[in-house]
Unconditional design. Structure first.
Length: 403
């Protein structure tokens, strides 16, 4: 997995995002360890060009064709190859890397991540939505290609670290910790008046907007439940969720003898990313060191599926199987986008997801084309719901629109 110069050949899909920037920070601090084969992003031409120039990347792909002139201009005279559009992002995923970070946000990451999986190398997986909407197909493709999936999501990385130390028979359950988000202690009524700025203000983690809003609804933990089911081949009823407001214990594994093993650390994604980057070794990071005396208290509480209905919806979707998780994920993405555009209010995010899950029948998922078709259908259904509730939705959205 290394070049003649001893460097690991890596690609980063979504290099301009929150996980992507943390990955590039570690890569740029360790030029002797990593050679950058390809970078891919959505629309941020200036940043991806700077990243490419600093790391002498081989190839740069940008999804938004309108951003390509700026990218080409920024790379002029460097000899770095670039291309634009969805096919260019797939090309970045096909380039000859030993290790690929999959950090594109949402279902837009599914095709590029699967393309990387099909190369049969190592995939550091941040893009949880691809496992949520196509988990069984994804795992089967990874197995067929001989790809290794390294979980990057902090909770799943924590469980993976525990399992790498001790995956003996006798696992009783896995326990995903959840911060509870910025509205952990609020009533439904209080949440209803919260706007975008409030929802983006995660108490512990600095992350992109979509996952930050998912944390506020706790849909993030619902998506992570489904992600854990596929990554660790664990049935839904053996995956617990535990609210832990400090985000220091990143997750736990309980064994049949009563032992519980956990991974702890400061809430900084560079630690799980570094674990994946250096795997099967470890590498140093600038993550602030955990000072438990300063943290002073670690607290835990049961989640509340009444105030946070997304938790219940995700469990029901996982139990229903087939297209239900596809619908859950796509409806959630579309509802979060509508909330960002101030077309619906905060508590309507879960309401519209529930309505779309009820409206669309559950069917088996045969292939990726079927996943993409159901994804499109669920997004249309969200628009129909918003259309039917336009007057009410706009009034609710306007309550939180002042921020
Ligand atoms: N942020 C975090 O700490 C964590 C994130 N995750 C997961 O990691 C993934 C990324 O999250 P995060 O980094 O926060 O998200 P961001 O919104 O910060 O970044 C998203 C990235 O995806 C790129 N992108 C968007 N659409 C496309 C597209 N069609 N083709 C190619 N690239 C595209 C963006 O490009 P551009 O900006 O140039 O438009 C950007 O690089 C998500 O699935 C999230 O759930 C998991 C655990 C923690
Ligand atoms: C960093 C990370 O992995 C996020 O998924 C984080 O866990 C979000 O926090 P919540 O626990 O609030 O969803
Ligand atoms: Mn997480």
């Amino acid at each position: 997995m290394v070049t003649a110069t001893g460097r690991r050949r890596i690609s980063v899909l979504g290099s301009t995002g929150s996980v992507g920037r943390s990955t590039m920070d570690l890569v740029e601090r360790n030029p002797e360890r990593f050679e950058v084969v390809a970078l891919a992003g959505g629309a941020n031409a200036d940043l991806i060009a700077e990243q490419a120039k600093r790391t002498r990347a081989g190839f740069v792909a940008i999804a938004d064709g309108a951003a390509w002139p700026a990218l080409k201009a920024a790379l002029a005279g460097t000899g770095i190859e670039s291309a634009a559009g969805a096919e260019a992002v797939l090309e970045a995923a096909r380039r000859d890397a030993d290790w690929t970070m999959a950090a594109i946000v949402g279902a837009a990451g599914l095709a590029p991540t699967l393309t990387a999986v099909r190369q049969g190398r190592v995939i550091a997986l941040a893009n949880k939505e691809s496992l949520v909407c196509a988990g069984d197909l994804f795992v089967a493709e990874a197995r067929a290609a001989g790809a290794t999936i390294l979980p990057v999501d902090s909770e799943h990385n924590a469980i993976f670290q525990v399992f790498e130390s001790d995956r003996r028979p006798g696992i009783e359950k896995i326990i995903l910790t959840a911060s509870g988000g910025p509205f952990r202690t609020l009533s439904r009524e209080a949440m209803a008046s919260k706007g975008l700025k409030d929802a983006l203000a995660h108490p512990n983690w600095s992350m992109g907007p979509k996952i930050s809003i998912d944390s506020a609804t706790m849909m993030n933990k619902g998506l992570e439940l489904i992600e854990a089911h596929h990554l660790f081949d664990m049935p839904e009823d053996r995956i617990d969720i535990l609210v832990h407001p400090q985000s220091v214990v990143h997750s736990l594994v309980a064994y049949v003898d009563g032992s519980v093993l956990a991974q702890l650390g400061s809430p900084d994604m560079r630690t799980p990313i570094a674990y994946a980057l250096a795997w099967p070794e470890r590498m140093p990071t600038p993550t602030p060191r955990l000072d438990l005396a300063a943290v002073a208290q670690l607290s835990f509480e049961a989640p509340d599926p009444v105030r946070f209905p997304a938790l219940r919806l995700a469990r029901e979707a996982l139990r229903a199987g087939g297209t239900a998780p596809v619908v859950l994920n796509a409806a959630n993405e579309a509802a979060v986008a509508a909330f960002v555009e101030r077309r619906i209010g905060f508590i309507e995010i879960a309401a519209v997801v529930e309505a779309v899950l009820e409206a669309l029948p559950v069917a088996p998922v045969a292939d990726i084309e079927a996943v993409l078709a159901v994804d499109r259908r669920a997004r249309e259904e969200v628009e129909h719901w918003i259309g039917r509730h336009r007057g009410h939705a706009a009034r609710v959205a306007s309550v939180g629109a002042a921020d």
